[in-house]
Design a protein around this ligand. Sequence first.
Ligand code: SF4
Length: 469
Amino acid sequence: MIEQPYVYRRAELAEPDWTRFPGWAQVTREEWESAQWQRAHCVKNIKQLRQVLGSGLSEEFCADLERDQRERATMSMLVPPQMLNTMAPATAAGEAGFTDAFYADPVRRYMIPVFSDRRTDWPSHPYASRDSLHEAEMWAVEGLTHRYPTKVLAEVLPTCPQYCGHCTRMDLVGNPTPVIAKHKFALAREDRLAAMIGYLKATPGVRDVVVSGGDVANLPWPRLEAFVAALLEIDSIRDIRLASKALMGLPQFWLSDEVRAGMTRLGTTARDRGVSIAIHTHVNAAQSVTPLVAKAARAMLETGIRDVRNQGVLLCGVNDSVGALLDLSFTLLDGANIMPYYFYMCDMIPGSEHWRMSLAQAQTLQHQIMGYLPGFATPRIVCDVPYVGKRWVHQVSRYDTELGISYWTKNYRTAVEADDPLALRREYAYFDPIHTLPTAGQQWWLDRAPGPEAVGLTPVGTSLSPAAQ
Ligand code: SF4
């Protein structure tokens, strides 16, 4: 037997026992498997969290959470029971050590962030910004981001059944928090969706539409089906991807009779027209892939759609190791027929430095995961570079590891730089978390913070720096 850095073992999926939580001790399987019950029992605040978990959750944790919500959180709390049940799955809420297990849990770390998780030296990078990918600047019509030549992102709604602490669309998605007011769409939903369809009919160069939000699982099913059916009517659209973390966070939605029947109708039409429909979900930890999640993914594949793929986010403290990434990828592939596709580096939004990693670390992880999974299922680790778009982490053109600044180039224009003759020759910057830099690099930033002009770049928005603590 040759010793290997990673040892593959096929994992059995398990639905943790929800009755281990005092608040759900009497919940039946029928209730648990109802999307309506799940939505009605989402945990939205500390009081509800205590009611579910009981006195096993310490006062210290609750105070830590309360401070985070008051001073740092960019997303409000919304955790479906399905997701909460996967946190600290092996520990009963009343057992000694429950709070420690809850603190350490990878799903808790990104769904229920607490103040002590975050960096106190650099909680935000000086270049962090709301809408860090400038999606709204690239709206062709409200909510329709045209960032790549042949594909668009349709933000059909600004809500989700679950809110992730690191949400890249924190500018738009979810409820306001004490530190972040949310952007509001100006147009009514029907007018927005109609304008999107109108733009796509008039723009035959677009062949690929990501239908997202938010999460499409929060759009009433008949409205979502009508929107996708309208896309299927446009001859130039060949790929449709439905973005839904709820396939994992609320699989009960995708398993409901209404949704299965509707997806079968859409899948049949798509096949008849030679169009691919796929669901893109967002799973960051292997423990989230439970039998119900696998059942939902398989139910969707049975409707005739082309694929269910995963776009996870690479997050320190959650999945920043070769073992975590490969365990997750194999569990998705073996247990649920979900294709591991991408891991995004966490974007440069305010308050995300404790989750972000350097480009060098991401490159190392990409190297470490090669060769274990089938090539078609080996996820690519990508950096979404502001104004450039997704780039494989090894595509960097220049990298100053002392200052933590990587430089990238692009090979297409967006409307934003339509008249810029240098757009395709310019270098665009991405920044490592400052706490990961060598001492000289950290000092360089300390001497300059928060002055982005120091690196000769146009400021894209600044946030908390040490000087603002
Ligand atoms: S599901 Fe996606 S859009 Fe919704 S909060 Fe999470 S990351 Fe943001």
